[in-house]
Every structure is written in C-alpha cells, then in structure tokens.
Design a protein around this ligand. Structure first.
Ligand SMILES: *Cc1c(COP(=O)(O)O)cnc(C)c1O
Length: 456
C-alpha cells in the first residue's frame, strides 16, 4: 500500500478535540440521530464534504492580504480572469459566490418551462436549478455507473446513445443545453473520459446544442484521464484539462472544490452575447461583474488555488489519500463502491449491515454508529436522502445505500485516515449489534437535513 506522504509541512495548526464517548452519546440524542444537527465542534474528524473545507496554502493566505477590494475593475478580478483563461481556455469569466449561483444564472438565461437538460448525473443543486424553472433534469449516465462492483475506468461517462434518443424524442428545440459533470459527484466521484466528452460534443455540435461542463472537480478528472485513458500518460494534467474544456462551449464551477478555497465560483464561456446576458443577471443577484458576490481577496485566493490544484504532487497526494483510505477498508473486507472516486470512498451500507431492512435505513444507522464510535462524521447517500413515496404512500428506495467518506483537500493526515479506518473496522466486527432507526419527524423536501430519528 503506497503511503500518501503529504507534499507540504504544517505551518499553522487548528486544534481538534475528541469528546468522550458518553458526551457523544448525548450529542447524538440531542441531534435526533442526524449528523447534520451536530455542532462541528463536537466532531473529531469531519468527512461530511469536500466542499469549501480545503486548507489554503501560505500563497493563498498571502493572496488575501493583497486582495483588491475595489468595487469595479479590481486587480484581483483580472488575476482571476487571466488564470481562468489560461487554465480553462474560455474568453469570458464571470465570478459568482458559489457553484449554484453560476448554475442559476446560466439556466435563467437558457432554460424554459418544459425544456429538458441532459447530464451524466445532475448534482442536487444543478437538478434543483433546472427543476425550479419547470424543466426536466435528465440523467443519462451509462448503466455501469450504478454497479458498485464493476471496476471500469470511466464510470462517470454519459450514455451517448441515450443522449441521441433523448434529443430525437424531445426535439432539439426543447434541449437548451447539455451538461456533463466531471467528476460525476452524485455517481461516486467517478471520472469521465476525454473520448466520452468528445463524443457528447459531437452530438451537441450536430444538433447545435450548447455543451457545458460542470467543472467542480476538473483537475481530479484530468488526473484520472492521464492515468487511465489510452495515449494520455505523457500529457500533463493541465494540458488534458485544457483539451477537455476546448470541447465545451463553457463551464460552471464551484471554487469550493478544485479551486481550493472556502467560498467562490464562476461561469466561463466563449459566446459574447450569452456572456452579456449572464452579466445582466449577475448584477441583479450577485454583484458587479468584476466581483460577482465575492470579496476581492476571495478572487485572489481562487486564482492562486486554480494554479496549485494542477500541480502533479498535489494531485497525486489528493487522489492518493482517497485511495489509501479505500485500501485500508479493503484490508478489513469492508464493502465499498469500486473503484473509489476522486474525492470520497462510498461504503455499501446494505452489505455492511445486511440484517437491517431498507426501512431501518442502514446507511443512516452506520453514520450514527460511526459518530458514536469515533466522533467521525460521514454522510448518508441512500434511503433517507433519496427515498420517496409512491402513489400508495409506500416508501421507494434508491438503488444504492451508501455512506460517503469525503476527504477534504490538504486537511487531514495519514494518521487521521488510519483512525477512521480503524473505527470502521471495529464497527464491522460488531456489525450485528448496530441498530436501525425510524423517522420521528421529517419535512417534505430535502428531509435528510432536518429529519429526526430514534433507534429501533
Ligand atoms: C458542489 C457542487 C455544485 C454546487 O456548488 P456550490 O458551490 O455548493 O453551490 C455543483 N455541481 C457539483 C458537481 C458539485 O459538486
């Protein structure tokens, strides 16, 4: 097993406290057995998300100090614009306060009621921003995306045949754009190949449909392409990313992922007229086009993060950490979604806890058990998050029942990952003792954020 040696040393530390088990028990009860309700201070190792949780470098922190806070024409904006033009290759750069604002503005300009927007798999906010306009968010991932045992290299790919069918069925006038999420976050953080991006682009070209990348994890995706796609081993990750972007008309970006900052986002594109329209919408909801809802220092940190994220040592360590965690679980025979993704390992909770039926929410039960055992916070992606009622009022469950262990960038060390794996191994040994849960209160939308539970 390759140890992912940190390609950095630590200059500032943030204390972590592991509260005693009895206190964790009380915290869990008070939180209604929902880890979203636990104050972060009561968490020892937080693997809830990799969004906005990255550690910035000394260069980025220094960038905050030289951030230009001018309302219009700030130097920090031009630094960001120059960097995005170089890394992404698009002409227009429109900053937003985070990824979902980029989506909202782009879709407001392009999407109408009754339209369909295809994607490999829509991320939650992308889906919500399509649906709120009365349009359909259509997922067209290839079938293997939902198979946890199939170790194919590019499980994030779109099924191009199904894309052609959808365009034929709906008519190209009802498809205002096609999106591709790289890596496919909702599908296990799996990469999309250059070949697949090329083929989707060819279809979009043929039908004159704009093609945008949801580029949150573009660097991680490019790393996988370099490693796995034929003929790419000797191309740099930066060149591969450029190539991928050159196949698209534009991109939306959450800088909270692969720009290594705590807040920020942008839209990048070539079309002058559309860019003009987006800037009008930006001014209404986000701010003047040279700051877009952010402080000048945020723009500066983003520009610097976008350079660091493409450094080979950074990416090798980043993906290496996720792989290392997966390898530790593999050693304990703990079942997880294979291959592991770029930003997280997803445990197959229905196999981890086979004694619990779906209506006792095995993945949810595992997140509460992991917190109780070790103070580690993970997130359920299963029956609570995606369960829905059929016409008869019976709950229908998604195909996969997962616990996501999401690794923040540059935040935790090898020993933290070992600690997490040991806690899971301990739980796995006494898995029959882990109890299921029942919901005692819930809201009709996005219930996982607020639902309360009790143990059965
Ligand atoms: C996080 C994310 C978004 C939304 O970005 P926010 O910055 O959280 O608003 C969109 N798409 C994908 C794939 C993401 O991971």
């Amino acid at each position: 097993m390759n140890i992912p040696v940190e390609p950095y040393r630590i200059k500032v530390v943030e204390s972590l406290r592991r509260i005693p088990r009895r206190e964790r028990e009380a915290v869990l009860r008070k939180a209604g057995y929902n880890v979203f309700n636990i104050p972060a201070e009561k968490v020892f190792i937080d693997l809830l998300t990799d969004s906005g949780t990255s550690a910035m470098s000394d260069r980025q922190w220094a960038g905050l100090m030289v951030g230009d806070e001018s309302y219009a024409g700030a130097r920090s904006f031009f630094n960001l614009e120059r960097t995005v033009r170089r890394v992404f290759g698009f002409k227009h750069v429109i900053p937003t306060h985070q990824g979902r604002a980029a989506e909202r503005i782009l879709f407001q300009a392009l999407v109408h009621k009754g339209d369909t927007v295809p994607n490999n798999i829509h991320f939650d906010t992308t889906r919500a921003n399509v649906e709120v306009l009365g349009a359909e968010a259509l997922d067209l991932a290839a079938r293997e995306a939902y198979d946890p045992d199939d170790e194919l290299p590019f499980k994030g790919n779109m099924d191009v045949g199904r894309l052609e069918d959808a365009i034929k069925r709906r008519g190209r006038k009802r498809i205002p754009l096609v999106m591709m999420t790289v890596t496919n976050n909702s599908g296990g953080g799996q990469p999309v190949s250059l070949d697949n991006i090329r083929r989707v682009r060819a279809v979009c070209r043929k039908h004159k449909i704009p093609f945008f990348l949801d580029a949150c994890r573009f660097a991680e995706n490019a790393y996988f392409i370099r490693e796995r796609e034929k003929g790419c081993a000797r191309t740099s990750v930066a060149e591969i990313a450029r190539e991928a972007f050159s196949l698209a008309d534009g991109a939306t970006m959450s800088a909270k992922k692969d720009a290594l900052v705590n807040i920020g986002g942008f839209i990048a594109l070539n079309d002058d007229r559309l860019a003009g329209r987006l800037k009008e919408l930006l001014i209404i909801g986000e701010g003047f086009p040279t700051y877009g809802g952010l402080a000048g220092r945020d723009l500066e940190a983003m520009a610097r993060g976008l350079e660091e994220v493409l450094e080979p040592d950074y990416l090798e360590h980043r993906i290496g950490q996720v792989r290392y965690l997966a390898a530790l679980l593999e050693k304990e025979r703990i079942p997880y979604f294979k291959p592991c993704g770029g930003h997280a390992v997803y445990i197959l909770a229905d196999r981890f806890l086979p004694h619990l039926p779906r209506n006792r929410y095995p993945a949810w039960a595992l997140t509460t058990a992991l917190y109780r055992e070790a103070g580690v916070r993970a997130v359920e992606i299963g029956g609570v998050m995606f369960g829905r009622k059929d016409k008869g009022g019976r709950e229908v469950y998604p195909a996969l029942e997962l616990v996501r262990l999401c690794v923040p960038r540059r935040v935790y060390t090898v020993s933290h990952l070992q600690y997490v794996a040991e806690a899971l191994a301990e739980l796995y040994k006494r898995r029959e003792k882990i109890r299921g849960l029942r919901i005692v209160s819930q809201s009709p939308y996005l219930r996982h954020f607020t639902a309360r539970f009790e143990e059965v």
